[in-house]
Write a protein that binds this ligand. Sequence first.
Ligand code: ASP
Length: 325
Amino acid sequence: MKTLFTGLMVAAAFAVTAFDANAQTYPDRNITVVVPFAAGGPTDTVTRLVAEAMGKDLGQQIIVENVGGAGGTLGAGRVASSDPDGYTLLLHHIGMATSATLYRKLAYDTLNAFEYVGLVTDVPMTIVGRKDLEPTDLKSLVEYAKANKDTVTVANAGIGAASHLCGMLFMSAIGTPLVTVPYKGTGPAMTDLLGGQVDIMCDQTTNTAKQIQGSTIKAYAVTSEKRLDIFPDLPTVTEGGLPDVSVGIWHGLYAPKGTPAEVTERLSKSLQVALKDPNVVARFAELGTTPSSAEDATPAALKAKLEGEVARWKPIIEGAGQFAD
Ligand code: ASP
């Protein structure tokens, strides 16, 4: 009995030592970060830029894996059930918070299935349309949508996506449901908007800036409180008469529950370095995407943000009566 007890003590001590050593040598191989949307969209773009810079800082490559579908909940579920060893991460946006209420049943418990690394960005949405859509400003877009509600199509990245949230706020503000077309991300949705297969979409400036500047799509409004430096002529939704469509999108970096704090702290430090990387700063600026401050790129700040946003959107989503199974 004594021998067994001693053996267990030795095993426990060894486990602690092995764990410490792992945390100290972390990372010693490639890391995968899951983007819960298709390639080519804003979350993908943000992640690839940040992953490259974090990889340089960590001395290991960060591989981006796109797991799109069900408004980001498939990718989030995949990470929630991954090993909590710091080698599988999730970069998700505001949808992490809204899905907690939008979905009657999720494969994970939003507030208890993840460890936090830090906030990554703050970015507004733009309301955009295909290039040859008739309306020229937000007011005429609202009239047009109301008059053609059975045929106007609105692209989104599925229930739970930021584009879905912004579209829901738009439809609720104009009191008219429109025909929605879900994609696995707004990367492929943008391809269809450019090709004229869908009419309108809400999407982060990360994905729309270049298209708006190149006049390959029409821009109607930005969802920030103030106009953006990159589109000084584009009115805000409030200026255009739809203040309730104001919404800011944020991204956060997560790890599965149980990932050691030493690891999430190391990742947070690396995230802070990445968000100051000259290439990331320059590309984000071109795309109207604000990197989070060093204070916000921390586990505590992301935890507070997610908890606050779940509570903030719950009554709005319940009020709109929009749920998915
Ligand atoms: N922008 C998308 C959204 O609607 C997601 C993406 O493809 O990044 O949330």
